[in-house]
Design a protein around this ligand. Structure first.
Ligand code: OAD
Length: 242
């Protein structure tokens, strides 16, 4: 990793698994027990908003107890130490920001905000919660959780910054993502094809594993801090010598 000073990282649910949050796929995955079309789509919300709100309330209550783990903390330190560092996440949990990451490209939005279906206004401090009644905006429109659901477009500006960072970086890490959901899943491939050194950290193999230069079959909470230490050792030493 010596000399790699433009770093991009894509994280997925696996990075938050050691913080006690469930992942989506695999045997214990959320989508193995629940139906994404009911809980994470506009059609599902229109058909049964109470159910969708109850589920997001539940997730918010689990999240209220969750803390960032050593992988989140290592990425926050990496951002401060690296000349160019882009953190891209598919997670909506806000744990990167809680760990101290200042700039986070949230591809799938944030569970901590609500958005109005009528006026599109977003509210981020203390989002209104579902208490037996669908929450409403001051304009009278219904509120929905501020996450990206299946079939919806990703925030355009965020996505284009993520594409640019993946194209321009010289080191790309894919951490705890099944690389199954597009367009996020195309980012590691773009980085690989653009000539970056690509490292995947995942307990399992994914569709990206074949084209990653290295696959580290380890828990993110161990592997990410170890990689950060290795990176800072060779790059801080190199910059001290020049
Ligand atoms: P997934 O649940 O699809 O994948 C999580 C990955 O993390 C799996 O490949 C696991 O092997 C790996 N993993 C689990 N624990 C780990 C650990 N401690 N260390 C390292 N790896 C670990 O989650 P995502 O790839 O994030 O979208 O899923 C992508 C999107 O699908 C989510 O953002 C969500 C979901 O539907 C929306 O809700 C729109």
């Amino acid at each position: 990793m010596a000399g790699k000073r433009n770093v991009a990282v894509l994280t997925g649910a696996g990075i938050s698994a050691e913080s006690g949050l469930g992942t989506f796929r695999g045997k214990e995955g959320i989508w193995n027990k629940m139906r994404p079309e009911e809980l994470a789509s506009m059609e599902g919300f229109m058909a049964n908003p109470e159910l969708v709100w109850e589920w997001y309330n539940y997730r918010r209550s689990v999240l209220a107890e969750a803390k960032p783990n050593p992988a989140h903390h290592a990425l926050a330190k990496w951002e401060s130490a690296c000349p160019k560092f882009t953190l891209i996440t598919q997670n909506v949990d806000g744990l990167h920001q809680m760990a101290g990451s200042k700039s986070v490209l949230e591809l799938h939005g944030s569970i901590k905000i609500n958005r109005c279906l009528s006026c599109a206004q977003e509210s981020s401090d203390e989002p209104v919660r579902y208490e037996g009644k669908i929450p409403c905006c001051s304009c009278g429109g219904r509120l929905r959780p501020g996450v990206v659901w299946f079939g919806e477009m990703l925030p355009e500006a965020v996505l284009s910054q993520a594409f640019r960072a993946s194209t321009e970086c010289d080191l790309f890490l894919a951490v705890g993502t099944s690389a199954a959901v597009y367009p996020a899943a195309s980012l590691p491939e773009i980085a690989f094809e653009s000539g970056a050194l690509t490292i995947e950290i995942n307990l399992e193999h994914t569709p990206f594993t074949e084209s990653a230069h290295f696959h580290l079959a380890a828990q993110a909470g161990l592997a990410v801090p170890a990689l950060y230490h290795a990176w800072s050792h060779c790059n801080m030493t190199a910059s001290n010598n020049t």
